[in-house]
Structure formats: structure tokens, C-alpha cells
Design a protein around this ligand. Structure first.
Ligand code: ARG
Length: 552
């Protein structure tokens, strides 16, 4: 059973050797590779052991990432005043909260694995599910990875070389972001466990950094202590709402930046099926984790505002460094920079892991060229592994402990969806090269919220069309309605606020639809409803454990 909240974390990414070995190798002779062992027996039971606290730390850990250390500049810049920025954070948080509650209901009503892809397919037809997967592969996953990598780069360059280097040119940051991306991708190509083992460590780092900022901010506010020249304390001289923007579109841009920090709430679904007592614990998890994150973020923002002059908040994506410097001088900025760098690296690692699985699943599904649905380094690599597994199961020249820890116990090194991960890394690299934090956050938000909107709209449709459907968790009907209204407002403002990014998202969607109706969808029409077969057969039986969580 799960003994601590963090024991559960490795199961978060359970592309276990069993599931992976099976899909890659065909029916295996090694009993350890027989999926029925893992799927019908122990591990399933084990997965049912999630308690309230496990779920809480899981959701909080999924949401807190780079955003709270990078979004404040864009929020404050566009909202115009400290008070308005705090309101933006509150609205963003509540939007995320209503979204998470809605997704929990969807997850219970449609208990299949795959998140939005499945809900959209069930409610609107498979084209919608395909469109989501397509956009996740080309926009959402690489886009979010690029944002995190860019923040990683900015913080690391600031920590090691200094602020001047960041301001002089963005290419140094981008180079470091790229190096981080390559490192993380390589790590995830070599082994699954290498990647997932490190996730726990990073989870602690994030908590620690955020709580540290809040506590320091409060202490500084009370004692008036500072290292740098006394803060200008704009909030005292200018008032909290002085300068608030009257432009609705700027408000929308500020909201997108805030929403980035709250993103990840859709992952609530990955814990749905894991609870011992979902009807009781799932709502408890949602209604405590989201308020907790909202509170943490608002506290951290108050800390930023109390300690830093607003011009500084608005001018830097690396607010934690400025914060550390203001309070403790160079050492402070270095320490905070390293914390945030670690947090971003962890987030990049987790997202790379899951992107690999998403692209892999899309390849298997026939949504992408077949090559992306393969595991390992190609046919000969597979044959060698299979041979050595059959010849001497459990034996290897590499010490067992080492393999257990770092590689997939039986499959070995490089037994990962390498082609899928390379595609994801290539797309991410393009976004890093052409984008910046500010532009990418809106781009990502527009694409992301289009699908969140559709899925939650689907919830309302489902309530009307199938009122008797069993729903282990049912939200108040106003929840999805609020979510739909606010996100529709956000989406409608996007065109005015950031036309280029919005049109780009629309273009990607159009391309996706063309691909579906001209090609992928037609092919499936001929082979019967392949979606149903794959969904309920292969994915649920063989791949279900990782399929359920292919996306973080
Ligand atoms: N909220 C996270 C952050 O602040 C971003 C999560 C990215 N979203 C995702 N589905 N991976 O960094």
C-alpha cells in the first residue's frame, strides 16, 4: 500500500516494463512480461490505494511548476496595477477550479482512459478526439515544453552568468533551453525509470521554493528587511488599483499568463480511478487542492508585490531571482534561481515523458505515421532484446540493482518510444527558436482553452442527452456554465489581444481537420469503427495503465 504521498509518484508514469514490453514484443514468454499479471493482479489493486492526501499532493504537484515564477511579469504588465493583478490570479484560479471539477465529473461519467480525447470523441464524434490529439501533438505538448524550457534557460543563465547576459540577447537563454531539452529527451530515451525516479525529487523542490518565497515575503513585509536599496513600495505610494487597465484585451492576455501557472488541472482525471473511495475523496481532493494552489499563488504574488518595485516585476520573467536579490543579495538570487531551475527541469522531464507516450499512443492509434508508435531503436534492437530475454530471463551483464533502478526492469535501456520523443523534441525546439515566454503563453492558452471549453461544453450536452448516466461525482451545474462562459470570453478576446498567435492556432486546427476528413478519418471509415475497437480492446486491456495517464 502507499505509505507516503510521494511513494505514489513513480506510479504516475507507469509505462511499466510489462505494458511496454508487451506492446513492443508481442506475446512474451517471460511471465514477468505477461500483462495479465500486472493488469488483473497486484498492481491494479495497488493502484486503487490512493488516499485523500496522496491525491492532494499529486494534484498540487502537477499544477505548480514554472508559472508562478515567471507569469507575474506578464500578469502585472497587462493588468496595470497590483490589485488588478491579484484579481487576475484569483479569476484564473477559480477558472481552473471550475474546470477541474467539471473534468472530474466527465472522468467519472466516461471512465475511459485518455482524457479530453475520449470525452470529445464520445460526445462530438471521433473527429473531435482526433483534432484534440493532433493539437496536443503539434501545439500543446511541444508548446508547454518550450515555455518551461525557456524559463529554465533564463533562470539558469541568470544564476550562472548574471542578469546582463539575459538582457543582452535571448540567444544564450534559448541555447541553454535547447540544451535542457536535449538532455531531458536523451534521459527519457535511455530509460523510463531514469526519468520517473527523478520526478519525486523535483516535486519537493517546487513546494520548497514556493513556500520559501511566501514565508520570506511575509517576513520581509513585517520586518522591513532588505538587502538592496529599500524597495520603492509602490503599493504604498501609488495605491493598489492605480493604473488598472481599461482594455479588456490586455486583461485577457494577463489572464492567459495566470492560467498558465494553474494549468495541469485537467490531470485531476488521472487520479479519478485510483482512489480507494472516489465518491468521497475525489471531490475532497479537488475542493482542497485548487483552493490551496490559489492561496499559495496569491500569497506568493503578495510577497512579490510587497518586496519588489512594480517596474521590476513587470520587466522580468525571472521574478524569483529579483526577489532573492532584493532580500538576500547575490546569494539569494543564486539559491532561488537554482531552485526554480530544478523545478523547471523536473517539469520539463515530466512533460517530455508524457509527451512521448501521447505521440506513441497517437502513432499506435493510426493518428500519426506508424513509426511514431514504435518502441526502441528499431527491429534489430527489438530482436536482440527479445533474444536475450528468452535466453536468460533476469540475467544481464549490467547489475540487477542498476537495471531495476534506472532501466525498465526487463526491457532494458533505450526501450522507450524514441521516435515519438524525437518528434516531440523537434517540435519543441522550433517553438523555443521562434517563440518567447510571452508569445507562447498566449498561444498555448488559446489552443488549450479551446479544448477545455469544448470538453466542458460536452459535459453540459451530456447532462441533457444522458441525464441518467451514472456519475460518481456530479458538480453543481453552475460550475461548467461558469467555466464555459469565462473561457468563451477569453477565447473571443484572443483575436483582438494577440491576432498572430490566435490565427496560428486556428490554422493548426484547420490543418488537423483537413487531415482528418481527407485522410485519417476516411481510412478508418473503411475499416469499421476502429476507434471503438482500439479504445476498448487494446488500450484498455494492454496499455490502459499508461494510456490513462499519457498526458500531464
Ligand atoms: N502550471 C504549470 C506551470 O506553471 C504548467 C503545466 C503545464 N501543463 C501541462 N499540461 N503540462 O509550469
Amino acid at each position: 500500500s502507499v505509505s507516503s504521498a510521494f511513494d505514489f509518484a513513480p506510479n504516475l508514469f507507469p509505462l511499466s516494463s510489462t505494458a511496454q514490453g508487451y506492446t513492443a514484443l508481442g506475446a512474451p514468454s517471460n511471465p514477468a512480461l505477461d500483462p495479465s499479471n500486472a493488469l488483473n493482479g497486484g498492481s491494479l489493486e495497488k493502484n486503487k490505494s490512493l488516499t485523500y492526501l496522496n491525491g492532494l499532493s499529486l494534484v498540487v504537484g502537477l499544477i505548480i511548476g514554472s508559472g508562478i515564477f515567471s507569469s507575474p511579469s506578464q500578469v502585472n504588465k497587462n493588468a496595470g496595477s497590483p490589485g488588478a493583478s491579484l484579481l487576475v490570479w484569483l479569476v484564473a484560479g477559480i477558472l481552473a477550479w471550475t474546470g477541474a471539477a467539471s473534468y472530474a465529473e466527465l472522468g467519472g461519467a466516461i471512465p475511459l482512459n485518455g482524457g479530453a480525447q475520449v470525452y470529445l470523441s464520445k460526445i462530438f464524434g471521433e473527429w473531435a478526439g482526433f483534432l484534440f490529439t493532433w493539437c496536443a501533438v503539434v501545439v500543446l505538448k511541444p508548446g508547454s515544453a518550450a515555455i518551461i524550457a525557456i524559463i529554465f534557460g533564463e533562470y539558469l543563465v541568470r544564476a550562472i552568468i548574471g542578469a546582463e547576459a539575459v538582457e543582452a540577447s535571448s540567444w544564450l537563454n534559448k541555447g541553454v533551453a535547447m540544451a535542457g531539452l536535449v538532455a531531458v529527451t536523451l534521459l527519457n530515451c535511455i530509460s523510463t525509470k531514469l526519468g520517473t525516479r527523478s520526478a519525486d525529487v523535483f516535486m519537493f523542490l517546487k513546494f520548497f521554493a514556493l513556500i520559501g518565497v511566501t514565508v520570506i515575503g511575509i517576513v520581509v513585509a513585517i520586518t522591513g528587511y532588505h538587502y538592496d536599496t529599500p524597495a520603492t513600495e509602490d503599493w504604498k505610494t501609488q495605491g493598489w488599483f492605480e493604473g488598472t487597465t481599461t482594455d479588456i484585451s490586455s486583461m485577457a492576455v494577463a489572464l492567459y499568463a495566470g492560467l498558465w501557472a494553474f494549468d495541469g488541472w485537467d490531470n485531476v482525471n488521472y487520479v479519478t480511478a485510483e482512489f480507494k473511495n472516489p465518491t468521497r475523496d475525489l471531490p475532497r481532493v479537488i475542493h482542497t487542492s485548487l483552493p490551496l494552489v490559489i492561496m499559495c499563488y496569491i500569497m506568493a504574488n503578495i510577497a512579490y508585490i510587497l518586496v519588489l518595485p512594480s517596474s521590476l516585476i513587470e520587466s522580468s520573467n525571472t521574478i524569483a531571482v529579483a526577489f532573492g536579490h532584493q532580500v538576500f543579495g547575490p546569494i539569494g538570487s543564486l539559491i532561488l534561481a537554482l531552485f526554480v531551475t530544478g523545478s523547471c527541469f523536473g517539469a520539463l522531464n515530466a512533460t517530455t515523458f508524457t509527451s512521448g507516450r501521447l505521440v506513441y499512443a497517437a502513432g499506435k492509434e493510426g493518428y500519426l505515421p506508424e513509426i511514431f508508435g514504435t518502441i526502441g531503436l528499431g527491429k534489430s534492437h527489438r530482436a536482440i532484446r527479445l533474444h536475450s530475454l528468452n535466453a536468460n530471463p533476469g540475467k544481464s551483464r549490467i547489475p540487477r540493482v542498476f537495471i531495476d533502478w534506472f532501466a525498465d526492469a526487463d526491457a532494458g535501456f533505450f526501450f522507450t518510444p524514441i521516435a515519438a520523443m524525437c518528434l516531440n523534441a523537434a517540435l519543441t525546439a522550433v517553438y523555443i527558436l521562434i517563440g518567447s515566454f510571452d508569445t507562447l503563453v498566449t498561444f498555448y492558452g488559446v489552443a488549450g482553452y479551446s479544448f477545455y471549453f469544448l470538453a466542458v461544453l460536452g459535459l453540459i450536452i451530456l447532462r441533457v442527452k444522458e441525464p441518467d448516466l451514472e456519475r460518481p461525482y456530479k458538480t453543481w451545474i453552475t460550475t461548467p456554465i461558469i467555466f464555459c462562459c469565462v473561457s468563451l470570453f477569453l477565447l473571443s478576446r484572443a483575436v483582438f489581444a494577440e491576432p498572430v498567435q490566435t490565427l496560428l492556432v486556428v490554422a493548426f486546427m484547420v490543418v488537423g481537420l483537413v487531415i482528418w476528413f481527407a485522410w485519417v478519418g476516411r481510412r478508418r471509415g473503411k475499416s469499421g469503427n476502429r476507434f471503438r475497437k482500439v479504445q476498448e480492446g487494446e488500450m484498455v486491456k494492454v496499455g490502459w495503465r499508461f494510456w490513462r495517464r499519457w498526458k500531464t
